[in-house]
Design a protein around this ligand. Sequence first.
Ligand code: SF4
Length: 320
Amino acid sequence: MFRHDFASLRALYDRPLFDLIGEARAVYLQHWPQNEVQLCTLLSIKTGGCSEDCSYCAQSAHYDTGLQKETLLPLPQILATAERARANGSTRFCMGAAWRGVTEKDAKFQTVLETVREVSKLGMEVCVTLGSLTPEAARQLREAGVTAYNHNLDTSPDFYPQIVTTHTFQDRLDTIDSVQKAGMAVCCGGIIGLGETEDDRLKMLAVLCGFDPAPESVPINCLMPMEGTPLAEQPPVDIFQLVRLIAVTRIALPKARVRLSAGRSLLTREGQALCFYAGANSIFYGDKLLTAANPGTDADHALLKELNLGITEPTPLVAS
Ligand code: SF4
């Protein structure tokens, strides 16, 4: 199989826009003929007070963002949210915790495992994003019923130290390796609008293209500038740069779900439609995305209906 490197991704990216999205559309229809969008709900199960210094994040304890620090949510509250998400049409339920990571020895990890076991009984795909993982913690998450683990690369290896200093790009890759060895699908993408170049975005994508197996899903986030963080004044991402990146991702990783993630509330309906046309086939769904605003569920259903896009059914956990 041809693996795209930075040069081939850049060549694709620089094609005339309509040629590029035309090719991305053809690749999309070849691999995803159902013309559906996956709806994912993301719940923050432990908010704020994080030891890491990711400069885009309102949950970092390094910045004064006014965010209320919370402890791990109780299981009944998480289950109630998951049930509501399912009733609203979500097929994937993602739980995120603001901390550096977990090891199998942490008491909080046992609570997370119990939560995963209960949520996985609801028939949705279960995804968690818990930071760095040991190989053993990854194995236990898989056993508890996690279908996918989210761990974003955020940006290129070169630009990463300008965004985060409390852990390294290699730390991210090590956790992804543990996830893959445990047999969980990898959900891994990045954030654009951090001040990186378009080359940085494509270099990040080149790293994703080197994963074996390829990532199951690739969230593409646009920065939501958060007051109090070092990136609070960043300008919004240009819609055509976003569309180009989505199209190149669709061509380079044809079988991945390309998820239009944070920052969707900053896009027009027409902008979102163009992203779907260029190959995005998954969204985060629900009024809130961790600590950031997101379009309301009614608005999303109305948009999908107008675009004649269906909703993807969940894929159950495949036994190893
Ligand atoms: S992105 Fe995650 S690891 Fe980084 S500060 Fe925010 S919660 Fe912590």
